[in-house]
Each structure stands twice: as C-alpha cells, then as structure tokens.
Write a protein that binds this ligand. Structure first.
Ligand SMILES: NC(=[NH2+])NCCC[C@H](N)C(=O)O
Length: 407
C-alpha cells in the first residue's frame, strides 16, 4: 500500500491508533492538568471503548495499526533503540546520574518492554526497586510517587504527533511538555519500522528539531484539490505553520496552504475540535466558532519563497470554497441552543472521523449533532467515548490515517 492522504474524506484504508494502556493508570487528580486531561480515566472501560472504535474502522474496511506494536517492532532495530534511548533519557532533563540509571535499565529491556517503558513511564519507587540505585540528585529530589520518566497518556491521540499530507508525513514538534516525547516514538517508527523504512515517502518537517515551531496534526486538514487548511492555534504556532506551508508548497502537490487564526483556548485547542469535513465540500462547524480570519500561503517567485495573503473573518467560507474550487462550501452547524452547542463541542461533537464521503465515526453521546448529521444525509457510526473523551479528543484525534483513497 502506498502511504498517501490527499483528502480528509477519501475512503480510509489504513490508520495508526494507540489503545490506551498502563500510562492511563498514572493519571491522578494532582497531575491530570499538567498531563492535559480533565479527569482521571477508568482504564479498562477506555480500552473497551477504544476496541469498539477500532472495530468500527475495521468493519468499514480499514487496516488498523497499533502504535505500541509498531514501536516495539521498530525497537528491534539497534539504531532505533539507540535513537529512542538517546532522545528519551536526556541529561538536560534527568541530570548525569539520573540519565545513566534510567539508560542502563532501559538497555536491559526487550524491545517490547522498552516500548512499554517509554509510553507508561516509571515512578521513582519503581525505578529504585528495579535498579537498586538511587544515587542521583534528580532521584533524591523527587517524591516517591513522582514519575521520574513521565507517562504519555495522550499517545492515543495519534492524530497529533504525526500527520500524513499527500505522499509524506509531518512528524511534529509538540507544544506541551506532556506530549513532547511522543514525537520521538513516531520518528523511530517512520525511520526504522520495516513497514516504513524502505518506502519512499517524504518528510515535511524536522520532528524534535523543529523545537519552538510547533505543529500538531489536529490542526492539519488536507481539505482537497491540493489545499491544506491549518489551525494557527494554542498548539500550532505561526512559525510552525509557515515552515510547514513552505515545505509542502515547494516539495508536494500542495498549491495553497490556508492558516486559520484561532483563539488560544483549551476547549478549541486544535482546528479539528471545531471543524471537520464530512464530504468533499461539507464542513461540520461549531456554532460558536464564528468566522475565522485567515492567511493563505502560496509559492513565491524565487525558489523557497512564500507569499502570504490575509483575509478577514467574513471571508472564511469563501476562502474554503476558492481553495476547493467550488462555488460555495456547505457548512453544517447543529441547530441547538447555546448550552447544548458548548457542551457538544466540549465532548467533541465536531471531531468526527470520515471513513468515506458522508460516512463518519462520532461519539455516541453527541445525540443531537449525530441526529442532525443523519438528517443531512451523513451516515454516523456511533462509538462510546465516556472515558476516552475525558482527554478532550474524539474519533479524528484518535486516528492517524496513513492511506486514504484519492477523491
Ligand atoms: N487532534 C486533537 N484535537 N487532539 C486532542 C488532544 C487532546 C490532548 N489531551 C491534548 O491536550 O493534547
């Protein structure tokens, strides 16, 4: 299968997901905010919900790949192992001896256990039990239940640390400390996993090396007709946006890259929390999103140059229509009162995953939004999300499509 995603809605063929695991058991009321969750999760129930989600995608013909397995398989390759260990166990975080202690322990593990360690993290008490060592300023300072290596509970939002755009992938530098190490794991998978390492796909970004120029996949929508829409948001910076746009315009089939200027707030951290596509020219849009001002980037005249054109908020729908080369786009906004709209958006009512045009996966709890979509001719495949949704992400966030049919 050739890795390629040139549309938000082309038939979904292959997708990377992560089934929540032991990392979720590390979430507590004390650390949840820092770890970007609004509540602690019932892990087994979250897993059961996730299994329904993956079954739904399989039933519709998509191949489901698990990040944990991909990572464990990649880590069988010595170079991948070195890369992940070097980047994960970093002196600048854990000091000289803390790093040594963790690194020695990591080196003793099988590939599968190392994958588990970098996802689930480890507490001070566990590390001392496992290694018998504690002579380190970093460890001495930490409380016993402190995660000396943080867990990565947001890994099941596979949309964000990497995203496919046309025939390449953007491996993303993440905005929040809680998610930065996810990038390392994706980098290892794409560079060394046997499924990817000999494929000639392109890389649009520099991963960790992009540092402050962050981009998160939840902001990136390949809307079609060579156009990409990106939220410049709480998570994707203007710099990250322009650098990705330049890379796409000069190296891919992208003809324009639109940046929507979003509010910086948690409820709408990514573009896909407020607007997703349900078919080639139809967007499901949050009632209170309003009209977003935008910047459209096209190729400049000299190689590597880009040109930026501003458009005011009132042009938002026209900007989308022009990009798709249609007279107008269809905007679906659930007709409901302001309370229901705000509650729905909080529960990812707008974060649907298209399986093909007019077929989407959505959380079952968003009853009004789903009924409205059905009334507009969209088949909704409902999946439970009472636990999963506590991390503020829905079906689109939980999926990283690697192959979709072209439209
Ligand atoms: N594509 C998305 N909307 N992802 C949602 C990610 C939610 C996650 N808790 C975070 O704050 O990063």
């Amino acid at each position: 299968m050739t890795f390629r995603v040139a549309s938000e809605v082309g038939k979904l063929r292959q997708v990377i997901v992560h089934r929540p695991g032991r990392e979720m058991d590390r979430l507590t009321p004390t650390n949840k905010d820092e770890l970007l969750f609004d509540d602690v999760l019932w892990t087994q129930q979250a897993q059961a919900e996730h299994d329904v989600f993956t079954a739904a995608m399989r039933d519709e013909g998509a191949e489901v790949l698990y990040l944990r397995e991909l990572l464990a398989e990649a880590l069988e390759i010595p170079e991948a192992r070195h890369y992940v260990s070097d980047e994960t166990f970093e002196e600048r975080w854990y000091g000289v001896t803390g790093t040594q202690i963790m690194r020695e322990y990591a080196d003793s593990l099988s590939a599968a256990d190392l994958a588990e360690l970098v996802i689930a993290g480890v507490t001070k008490t566990e590390l001392i039990e496992l290694t018998g060592k504690l002579d380190s300023a970093y460890l001495a300072r930490a409380e016993n239940d402190f995660m000396v290596l943080r867990c990565l509970p947001n890994h099941f939002f596979t949309r964000d640390p990497s995203c496919w755009i046309f025939d390449g992938v953007s491996i993303n530098s993440m905005q929040k400390v809680a998610r930065m190490r996810e990038t390392i794991n994706l980098e290892a998978i794409y560079r060394w996993h046997p499924m990817f390492r000999n494929e000639g796909f392109k890389k649009w970004s520099g991963g960790l090396a992009d540092r402050a120029a962050t981009v998160e996949g939840g902001d990136v929508e390949v809307i079609g007709n060579g156009a990409v829409a990106i939220g410049i948001s709480e998570r994707t910076t203007a710099a990250g946006f322009e650098r990705l746009a330049r890379s796409l315009l000069w190296n891919s089939e992208a003809t324009r890259v639109i940046g929507f200027l979003m509010k910086e707030e948690r409820a709408q951290m990514h573009l896909d929390t407020v607007m997703t596509m349900v078919n080639e020219n139809t967007f499901l849009k949050y009632k209170h999103l309003g009209m977003l001002p935008s910047v459209t980037v096209t190729k400049g005249s000299r190689p590597g140059d880009i040109e930026v054109a501003n458009a005011p908020g009132e042009d938002m729908h026209k900007v989308l229509a022009d990009a798709l080369d249609v007279p107008e786009v269809r905007i679906l906004t659930t007709p409901e009162d302001d309370f229901a709209a705000e509650r729905g958006q909080w529960n990812d009512a707008c974060n649907v995953l298209a399986i093909e045009p007019n077929v989407v996966v959505a959380y079952d709890r968003n009853v009004e939004a789903n009924a409205y979509l059905e009334s507009e001719g969209v088949r909704v495949i409902p999946v439970p999300g009472a636990e999963l949704g506590r991390g503020r992400g829905g079906p689109r966030c939980m999926s990283c499509p690697t192959v979709r049919d072209d439209i």
